[in-house]
Design a protein. Structure first.
Length: 524
């Protein structure tokens, strides 16, 4: 361990010097952008529908897939809602005492279940609630604050309606991928869980006679999730957190102005302390931070909304009236599903596959039980938190055409100003919330990236520490540098994760249905 720490210090010092030289990082950013621009342009290619409406092509497989799963599983996003809450409450925990009956004609599932029965007490690492908060910590964050502000600025109040629709549809996609994450996970001799799309693409498609396709898709996904963990799940988060802290403490006159590397160094140290302990340590942090910050944020939103209760009816009228206007559709599809998803791993990550990595570590023998827990994520993230932000912006009058060209930093300040108009001191609370949201997102995405890293490079301690050191270095660079092209490329990788994942989960949907029927029969 001492050797790794010394190596990390030796690697960090040059990065600090690099981060302070704004000229170098801009040159690198330009060169990197020229080299990777083709990939970003492909992933973010827009299909022109009319003069005013352009929609990213990647939205179609996400929306169509979510709609298909909603119908195929008989509206599980609605019919399974109460059961999901009961699972999180622990009502069905005693079901794991039952002996698991392997599904017929599924040798992969059978071998996994036999292995789990042998392990008995170590068939997972975290509880249902901890898995939920760990995954939520990667989704609830800047997209709920900045992404929504951009969305309603582009599409008006009607964008909120499409955001809610997207949230409900996404619940079905999240159910499918997280069920598969548990069904096809690996558990080593120490009880450490390795799971996610890499494993259900490899094992699941092999069971369908598509071994080569599964292996190829798994490798592609692993590469994308590593890149996404360094960029959108790391550099972007700490960069935006620093900008807000700098702004709230005086902007150019702030004591921290020009010292992004110092802010990044502190954040890297805190992130390193947590991620060195793996998913158990991450879950112990997120199961405290996430509920606390969501309650604070939603409570403040309700206070603003109820303080202007006479405007609530008009706000909903604007939402429904604008939902079917051209501006509303553009704002909903592009502003919400793109800005929200792009700036916080597609807002709720439904269909992207990343959340299944966290859910794979749950303590359960029944894959469908965790899939049902996971479907609560898009509801909490999008239907509740994002809708609250939108209502605050609408009621306080912060939805105007001149705000339609906001960047993320400006959008956060717009949301902050909306809260400040009713709660004068709330910008300070929001700053703390953004920093905590960014912190929790980084530690969760470090786990996602590490799982992809371990799949590609092996599970040795040497490889584990190497990834975590690199991740912490990116925290420092992301805080200090202006690497727009690097972050844009990493965001494109998060978008790209959807492609191999969606192919796999559509093919494996019948496997999920069998798992669901088995679990529901056991409950009955």
């Amino acid at each position: 361990m001492k050797t790794y720490i010394q190596t990390a210090i030796a690697m960090i010092l040059p990065f600090i010097s690099f981060a302070q030289d704004k000229g170098i990082d801009q040159i690198i950013d330009e060169k990197f952008g020229n080299a990777t621009g083709w990939f970003v342009d492909f992933i973010f290619y827009k299909i022109q529908f009319s003069e005013n409406i352009q929609i990213f092509w990647v939205l179609f497989p996400l929306i169509l897939g979510a709609t298909y799963f909603t119908i195929y599983f008989k509206f599980i996003n609605f019919t399974g809602f109460i059961t999901s809450i009961n699972i999180v409450r622990g009502k069905y925990d005693d079901l794991d005492d039952h002996e698991v009956t392997p599904l017929e004609s599924d040798p992969i599932s059978e071998s996994n279940n036999i292995e789990l029965n042998k392990l008995k007490d170590i068939e997972g690492e975290v509880t249902h609630f901890q898995a939920l908060t760990a995954a939520l910590s990667a989704t609830v964050g800047l997209g709920n604050i900045a992404g929504v502000a951009i969305a309603v600025s582009i599409g008006g109040a009607g964008a909120t309606f499409w955001m809610i629709v997207a949230g409900f549809l996404g619940m079905a996609s999240k159910f499918v991928e997280c069920t598969l994450g548990v069904k096809y996970r690996d558990v080593d001799e120490n009880g450490t869980v390795y799971g996610g799309p890499m494993y259900y693409l490899t094992k699941g498609l092999k069971s369908k006679g598509l071994e080569k396709l599964g292996k190829f898709l798994a490798i592609i996904f692993a590469i994308f999730v590593i890149g996404g963990s360094f960029g959108g799940g790391n550099m972007f988060q700490v960069n935006q957190a620093f900008q807000l802290v700098e702004n709230i403490t005086g902007g150019e006159t702030s004591f921290i102005h020009g010292k992004g590397w110092l802010f990044g160094l502190v954040m890297a140290f805190l992130v390193g302390i947590v991620i060195i302990g793996g998913i158990k340590k991450i879950a112990k942090v997120t199961d405290k931070i996430v509920p606390f910050m969501v309650v604070i944020y939603v409570s403040a939103s309700l206070f603003v909304i109820l303080s202007n209760y006479t405007m609530i009816g008009d706000a909903f009228a604007q939402i429904f009236k604008g939902a079917f206007s051209p501006e509303g559709v553009a704002g909903g599809a592009i502003g919400v599903l793109v800005q929200g998803f792009k700036r916080a791993a597609f807002s709720n990550e439904a269909g992207v596959g990343s959340a299944s990595i966290a859910h794979s570590a749950v303590k359960t023998k029944y894959a469908a039980s965790e899939g049902m827990v996971a479907l609560l994520e898009p509801f909490i993230d999008t239907v509740v938190v994002c809708t609250m932000t939108a209502l605050v912006l609408i009621i306080t009058g912060n939805v105007t055409a001149e705000n339609s060209s906001l960047n993320d930093a400006q959008a956060i300040l717009l949301t902050s100003g909306a809260f400040e108009s009713v709660i004068s001191w709330f910008p300070y609370v929001l700053t703390v919330a953004v920093v905590l949201f960014a912190f929790s997102t980084m530690i969760s995405w470090s786990y996602y990236g590490f799982q992809g890293w371990a799949y590609l490079f092996g599970r040795s301690k040497k490889m584990e520490y190497l990834y975590k050191i690199i991740f912490c270095l990116f925290v420092i660079v992301g805080s200090a540098a202006s690497l727009g092209s690097v972050i844009g490329f990493s965001d494109a990788m998060i978008f790209a994760m959807m492609v191999p994942n969606m192919v796999g989960i559509v093919i494996l949907a019948p496997k999920v249905k069998k798992e669901l029927l088995r679990f529901m029969d056991l409950i009955k």
